[in-house]
Write a protein that binds this ligand. Sequence first.
Ligand SMILES: NC(=O)c1ccc[n+]([C@@H]2O[C@H](COP(=O)([O-])OP(=O)(O)OC[C@H]3O[C@@H](n4cnc5c(N)ncnc54)[C@H](O)[C@@H]3O)[C@@H](O)[C@H]2O)c1
Length: 460
Amino acid sequence: MEKNNNTISRRRFLAVSGAVAGASILDPKSKIYARTSSDAQANQSKQKVALVGTGVRGVAMWGSHLIRDYLDQIDFVGLSDINPGRLEVGKEIIGTSCPTYTDFEKMMRETKPDTLIVTTDDDTHDYFIKRGMELGANIICEKPMAIDEKKIQTIIDAEKRTGKDCRVTFNYRYSPHRAKMWEILRSGEIGDLTSVDFHWYLDISHGASYFRRWHRLMEKGGSLWVHKASHHFDLLNWWIESDPESVYALGDLEFYGKNGPFRAENCRNCPHTKKCNFYWDIMKSERDKRLYVDNEKYDGYLRDGCVFKNDINIYDKMAATIKYKNGVQVAYSLTTYSPYEGYRVSFNGTKGKMDAWIQESNPTTDANYDEVVVSKNFGKREYFHFTQSGGHGGGDKILKDQIFIPNTSDPLKQAAGVRDGALACLVGIAARKSIQSNEPVMIKDLTTIIPQTKKEYKGI
Ligand SMILES: NC(=O)c1ccc[n+]([C@@H]2O[C@H](COP(=O)([O-])OP(=O)(O)OC[C@H]3O[C@@H](n4cnc5c(N)ncnc54)[C@H](O)[C@@H]3O)[C@@H](O)[C@H]2O)c1
């Protein structure tokens, strides 16, 4: 690390990590992450890619952006969604001429993709991963991999049985400040890691968005313990480089849902818009109107649902104590109605500590704060600053480069497969169970995964 003579030194850290010099090429015949021997070989066999779930994540991150950036590596061969209207609008936004299917199995049989991208509602991921593998494809799946332990076991078994791969796209690992934290932890700067304090704040815009849609129902998204916090638990598992062993948790719903002063079905049909701070006019977004409002007639999916609906059954404040197999203990919390979006994380080690305070700017705050500080017990303090640009702190693009650009490596061990996807969800599932039982829950009791002291790395 760079040192200055001052007690407090500051320097700019360019938002480029060594994380992605290039990535593995998708090999249609075996594993999606296997490397080919040359670019020429890669060009001969473009990946045949199909996508299921043409909502906003599917059509942007895994649709139009792939067409824009990776056409030398991939061909879209099929798109599928249960909603025929959103499927056609999605195809137009993506900008492909490939066939569309409301029947997923038909798409798989007719197009025989090498790779299936899964961007459907969380409760359906397990089905598409399992059937995709059985029908011959390797999988790229959005987080969370699955919402309960039975669905996770189904995926573990399918991977073993079919020999296919599932890459879980934990884009949070790829933002430069989080990659820097991983590097500092591995460098030994703060000695042996003993505990972590990790507190995440979703603001009144982003946080509220989860209470408008299917995410508001435990049975659809597994609660924010799984839908959202699996991102955070994956970061912890990767940073700590050990497996979670036990979880004790608390949680409650005391802001959204039944706690609201009034309610309606959705914002467009609400008599309370003038007095509701959460009124959101979806019609201002042409994309959202076309994808969602125009296609409500097919499935009744309201993208602008009321955040005070009585059927909301997830928690809006959450806290957990997590013990890792290597002895590290974690204090974690998630708040969903904060005035600003961001997080604080503090890593406590035997020689010092590393703190990070990240605030994202949004329309209501001008904050944009991105700092990592390393303090030594008997030494100097160092500051690292970052510039955020692009989706999820720039992580979205770096992740896709690693997946699609030929011959890249994975020096920071950011690529995640089924085991990592499972363990991130299992912490949240254990937290849910712990709230119900008021007892700590052991991760080893949930699936066939046995937590290890040193995290397993599959490699790409
Ligand atoms: N990594 C990230 O930062 C990030 C960000 C946003 C979303 N996501 C994930 O991406 C996924 C999609 O999110 P979204 O915001 O686009 O949701 P969305 O509700 O807008 O879209 C989901 C789509 O899946 C379709 N679908 C649902 N069930 C289906 C079925 N049985 N068969 C076929 N299609 C079906 C829906 O009709 C819809 O078009 C979620 O799993 C979410 O967690 C990840």
